[in-house]
Design a binder for this molecule. Structure first.
Ligand code: XIL
Length: 350
């Protein structure tokens, strides 16, 4: 006889289900690939707390786009079926990005690159029609410096600023109903956000089909201020657009720019030091509470996704450097952290 499968970890029952607690405000999403949500720690957490899921990698061009016209649908289809079976709406992420995109997208003349992008988007959006509720059509198109509103990406170099409108129109032509987003990090930085708004204004002036802005919100315990997030959400709504928070996590570390540029000067790992870790988790809980208090004030904010399910698996263990990190609402065992209590109980003192 085959040995019994190990019992799944008990769901964290000590806080309300987040999807219920925030039902009047926004969907609660979590990012994972099938290997992540099938993990015994993470699985009970996502099933209990989330009503939205984003494929952490499996919907990206590097996963789907094998070669021109050849697709690897299996993993993304598995995720879409998991979502449909468990009441989780699926956020599509992402169609046009400079990263995690095979080199074959970028070869040939501008006309060939454009046609290939249009075909790819048309095929992928058609394949998932009715199965995803929105697409991050273009990811990270905003410049990190003041030289231009537009990131100097391979897409920009090959097609100029038009690539964003080309991508949006191709997505809309393939599915008239799915919500179309531009998604970016750093929208909490007023200067970068204003460059993104310049891009958005140009798109709107041309009548490009854009429904919303995704705010990644990869942030830390000390930055940003709630006011900066509040201002960004308000400005997007003022343009008639939907807001989504798409990749929220709160790093325990406040690294200098050099850590992101060259992995130098990164803060030291504190996950082995009980005293420092406890203090950081308190600061993190207060930052999560401050951000959710802003989120709740914005009817235009329809979905809030954390970039991961629980601290047992987070991309921040490898970015911007290899180091322990605990950026999510649930701990390495899948139990509710002080941050999860802080956003569901105003009286809780972390
Ligand atoms: C990250 C994934 O979490 C990692 O597993 C992968 O190795 C690299 O990409 N902004 C995005 C996401 O839009 O797609 C990125 O996801 C994190 C930063």
């Amino acid at each position: 006889m085959a040995s019994a499968a190990p019992a799944p970890a008990a769901p964290a029952a000590d806080i309300p289900a987040l999807k219920t607690y925030f039902a009047a405000n926004f969907k609660i999403g979590m990012a994972a690939d099938p290997s992540g949500y099938k993990n015994a720690i993470a699985n009970p957490v996502i099933l209990r707390h989330a009503n939205s899921i984003t494929g952490e990698n499996c919907f990206k061009p590097a996963s789907l786009g094998v070669s021109p016209g050849v697709y690897n649908w299996a993993t993304a289809d598995e995720l879409a079926a998991f979502g449909a079976a468990n009441g989780l709406g699926v956020r599509g992420h992402t169609l046009c990005w400079h990263s995690q995109t095979p080199d074959w997208f970028f070869t040939g003349t501008a006309a060939e690159v454009r046609a290939r992008l249009e075909t790819y988007i048309s095929d992928v959006v058609t394949h998932f029609k009715g199965k995803v509720y929105c697409w991050d059509v273009v990811n990270e198109c905003t410049s990190d410096d003041a030289s231009s509103p537009y990131r100097n990406s391979k897409w920009f170099q090959l097609l100029g600023p038009d690539y964003i409108e080309i991508a949006l129109r191709a997505a809309r032509a393939a599915d008239p109903d799915v919500k179309l987003f531009i998604n970016d990090y750093g929208t909490e930085d007023p200067a970068k956000f204003s460059r993104l708004m310049t891009i958005v204004s140009a798109l709107q002036a041309r009548g490009a089909p854009l429904d919303g802005i995704g705010h990644q919100l990869h942030v830390s315990t000390t930055s940003p201020t709630a006011a900066n997030v509040d201002n960004a959400l308000r400005s997007v709504a003022a343009k008639g657009l939907i807001n989504h928070v798409t990749e929220l996590d709160i790093s325990l570390y406040n690294d200098p720019g050099s850590c992101f540029a060259s992995k130098t000067g990164c803060a030291a790992d504190i996950t082995g030091d009980a005293t420092l870790l406890s203090a950081a988790l308190k600061a993190q809980a207060l930052q999560y509470r401050a951000l959710f208090n802003v989120f709740k004030q914005h009817p235009s904010l329809q979905s809030v996704t954390t970039w991961g399910i629980a601290d047992n698996s987070t991309w921040l263990s490898g970015f911007p450097t290899t180091r322990g990190n605990r950026p999510l609402l649930f701990d390495v065992a899948g139990q509710a952290k002080p941050a999860a209590r802080a956003i569901t109980d105003d009286a809780f003192v972390p």
